[in-house]
Design a binder for this molecule. Structure first.
Ligand code: M6R
Length: 605
């Protein structure tokens, strides 16, 4: 992961670097650092922890210079301390890096044998040493090219040189890097969002490219050192501001705006006058699709699992959902009539991107479902369906999950309709139900206090389980992931029917268990599984749309969701499981928007 930024300007750059780094903190917050060229020397300042710490250091000891690079780190090689923080500098060069250098051990050995010594435990420092070494015998372009050629793994780099005090170098292989164009200044950044307050004109490096930024121009080179031109994209002004408003943190804002984002997304795709879905020009004619394969990581994978149930329900198609980090290394039997769908909020997740690359190499048709439309996945996929959720800043994905579900549901219905797998009346009814969903989400959001009350039961818990069947099963998995990542409590999501095959052994007196039991065709079976848990001392939080009073005395707490059709009540089940994770984490004083050890955008394997 990690975030990098670089600026060359006709004015001091440190304040702009700090503000861009704050925007990149979603990519890592283990340490922060900056290097500039000041009075002909490299001036490097860095610290462990967040950009706020770095800002305080710079306040005491301001950094001048009209070109520089900055970094926020998500530690891979070496503990997250000040020494391992980027930049990594020698007398003549300073480097920031996002990614992993896989042959760093061999390179370290080679350069130690040449007499170089290393200060940090990072893989990045080998790049600094290699550039330093090549600079002694090569011109700048050859020095960069030879260094890049020797590196294995993935990287986005920002580099400044003491003896070239008019330029910043950027390079990319596997990790994203955007170039921004300003007036008498130019920029590099891990994403366009970091550069958005400085420019709306952006180009993207492709794998193997490097660039040299001067204040009046940018030069691009491919992996053969050949000068190349780049397309310039103009960013839209939409969703320019990502601020918390009156909310305590981004996560509570993002949960609470889900009725609005859902409405917006539905409006983008629904032709309200014809009650039809505006998804056209799929890369394969829906009638000719043989099979659908959904690929993603984390929460986005849970939305794929949900879509698997929908696609099986509404179409005659075979469907598989895969975790991207597994898919990318498996022996997949590619078929040109299969449609490969990649789901990613950021559009930058390394494993998802690599899985998409593998599909492209095998010349099959791909579709990206993303939130960030300028992202690498959006640019590489044959066809893109944005989720229109607006910037999601909290590391825990909430509104993007709901957005992914909406788009996957609409896509399923559209494919079903085009294939004549669904009759017109049912299609119409499902669309009419979907139109009412934002109101039902709003109604569920208004019941936050109920979850706040029960959250206390979880703070001392050793662990917990989320149980569900059918459409509720992917939501059970998502609930467990949310609780784990936010409150650091062990949690697992299970298909309720699996309990007796092992997990039931974990139930002991007082253990909190969340049971997702909407009144669908699985209801009675889920209730039986719930009773088995209660009989062994489990304290059940039941989330349901069932209004009957039966069983109430055995249940610790019942959270009521509004009634809707059973194929979309998963949207409503999602709200209480998000609130639960949020309130337990709050009671445990955890960092809500930046849980420990994580980052928003996972750009390493
Ligand atoms: O940006 P992506 O949707 O590709 O990210 C995938 C996962 O890293 C992400 O969903 C992660 O699991 C979330 N932090 C979960 O809340």
């Amino acid at each position: 992961m990690c975030g990098i930024v670089g600026i060359v300007s006709n004015k001091s750059v440190s304040a702009s670097i700090i503000s861009a780094l704050k925007k990149l903190e979603y990519r890592g917050y283990d340490s922060a650092g900056i290097s500039t060229i000041s009075n002909g020397q490299i001036s490097e300042q860095k610290c462990s922890g967040r950009v706020d710490n770095l800002e305080k250091i710079l306040f005491q000891n301001p950094s001048s210079g009209d070109l520089g690079i900055g970094h926020v780190r998500w530690a891979t090689h070496g503990v997250p301390n000040q020494v391992n923080a980027h930049p990594h500098s020698s007398e003549v060069v300073s480097v920031v890096h996002n990614g992993i250098i896989e042959n760093s051990d061999e390179l370290r050995k080679e350069y130690k044998e040449k007499g170089y010594s290393f200060k940090s435990q990072t893989d990045t420092e080998v790049i600094t040493i290699m550039l330093t070494d090549y600079l002694k015998k090569e011109n700048l372009i050859n020095c960069i090219h030879k260094t890049l050629e020797k590196l294995e793994g993935s990287f986005a780099l920002g580099v400044i040189f003491k003896d070239f005090d008019n330029l910043v170098v950027g390079a990319r292989r596997g990790s994203p890097l955007a170039v921004g164009y300003g007036h008498n200044e130019n920029f590099i950044g891990s994403d366009s969002y970091a550069l958005k307050s400085m420019t709306n004109k952006i180009s993207y490096l492709d794998d193997g490219d490097f660039c040299i930024l001067f204040k009046e121009k940018v030069e691009f080179y491919n992996s053969d050192k050949k000068k190349i031109n780049k397309q310039i994209f103009e960013l839209s002004n939409e969703d320019n501001t990502a601020d918390k408003g009156d909310y305590r943190d981004f996560m509570s804002k993002e949960i609470n705006e889900q009725s609005i984002t859902t409405k917006k997304c539905i409006n983008e795709y629904l032709d309200k006058s014809r009650n039809d879905i505006n998804i056209y020009n799929l890369p394969i004619d829906p009638k000719k699709i043989n099979k659908i394969r959904l690929i993603a990581c984390g929460t986005a994978y849970h939305s794929c699992l949900m879509a698997k149930y929908w696609i099986e329900e509404f179409t005659s198609l075979d469907v598989e959902a895969d975790i991207a980090s597994e898919f990318r290394y498996r022996k997949i039997k590619f078929n040109s009539n299969d449609l490969y769908i990649f789901v990613s909020q950021s559009g930058e997740t390394a494993d998802t991107y690599a899985a998409l690359e593998k599909c492209k190499k095998n010349q099959v048709k791909t579709c990206g479902i993303v939130n960030v439309v300028e992202s690498s996945i959006a640019r590489m996929a044959d066809f893109v369906l944005p989720i229109h959720a607006g910037p999601e800043i909290g590391v825990a994905s909430t509104k993007a999950f709901i957005g992914q579900l909406i788009v996957l549901y609409l896509l399923t219905l559209k494919i079903s309709k085009e294939r004549n797998d669904i009759i017109d009346d049912e299609y119409l009814k499902l669309i009419l139900d979907l139109k009412k969903l934002p109101e039902l989400i709003e109604e569920t959001l208004n019941k936050q206090k109920d979850i706040q009350l029960i959250a206390r039961d979880f703070i001392e818990a050793k662990g917990t389980m989320y149980l569900g069947r059918g459409y509720s099963y992917p939501i059970a998995m998502e609930g467990a992931l949310k609780l784990k990542e936010l409150s650091y409590i062990h949690a697992e999501g299970y298909a309720a029917g699996e309990m007796k095959h092992g997990p039931l052994a974990l139930i002991e007196d007082g253990m909190p268990v969340i049971v997702l039991a909407p009144k669908d065709r699985f209801f009675e079976k889920t209730i039986s599984n719930m009773q088995e848990v209660i009989a062994r001392g489990g304290k059940v939080l039941m989330i349901t749309d069932d209004t009957s009073k039966t069983m109430n005395e055995n249940i610790r707490f019942k959270f009521q969701i509004p009634k809707t059709n059973s194929t979309i009540n998963s949207f409503l089940l999602t709200i209480p499981i998000q609130f639960l994770a949020y309130h337990v984490a709050l009671l445990k004083n955890c960092d809500i928007d930046k849980p420990r050890n994580l980052a928003k955008s996972v750009t390493v394997e």
